[in-house]
Design a binder for this molecule. Structure first.
Ligand SMILES: O=c1ccn([C@H]2C[C@H](O)[C@@H](COP(=O)(O)OP(=O)(O)OP(=O)(O)O)O2)c(=O)[nH]1
Ligand SMILES: [Mg+2]
Length: 149
């Protein structure tokens, strides 16, 4: 059974978010406006929807790989976090990473995808020292680079 999420269409002429295929994780979000992003430019783009997520769920705003591959279009804060208590319009902070070409978006274009997930609420408990682990403090390339011999 799919999780029911209540949606308000702030722009009733555009359709609800939709999955392109059964089994897809991301439901496509649309832009309600025409917008052109020059190389390097970013914009906060409205999607025309507001949602009420059940407690314990989060919706993450992910880029679409096709637009990234073809146009260099991504999201500044990827993935954007939509909290369960948020009732405002979902917006997408798009950025054009292409060094040369502008990206022209038209109202109704599919600009991003929304992935709904359960999450754990943590209780942050202060301790004097952390349990040891195999990784320890190693990070940021501690295991090597590309793995070439
Ligand atoms: O890509 C995004 C990211 C966030 N939001 C909305 C929903 C989210 O619940 C709210 C706050 O987002 P976040 O917590 O990431 O931003 P903040 O800078 O920490 O703002 P705040 O102080 O309001 O939490 O903004 C979006 O519509 N799109
Ligand atoms: Mg916040």
């Amino acid at each position: 059974m799919p999780l029911e999420i209540q949606v308000v269409r702030l722009d009733p002429d555009l359709p609800l978010p939709a999955y392109a295929h059964p089994g897809d994780a991301g439901a496509d979000l649309l832009t309600t406006v025409d917008v052109t992003l020059r190389p390097g430019e970013r914009a906060m783009v409205p999607t025309g929807i507001a949602i009420a997520l059940p407690d314990g769920y989060v919706a993450l705003v992910h880029p679409r790989s096709g637009l990234a591959a073809r146009h260099g279009l991504s999201i500044v804060n990827t993935p954007g976090t939509v909290d369960a208590g948020y009732r405002g319009e979902i917006k997408v902070m798009l950025i054009n990473h292409d060094p040369v070409e502008p990206v022209e978006l038209r109202r109704g274009d599919r600009i991003a995808q929304l992935v709904v997930q359960r999450f754990e609420r943590a209780a942050f408990t202060e301790v004097e020292a952390l349990a040891e682990s195999a990784r320890g403090e190693g990070g940021y390339g501690s295991t090597g680079g590309f793995g070439r011999s």
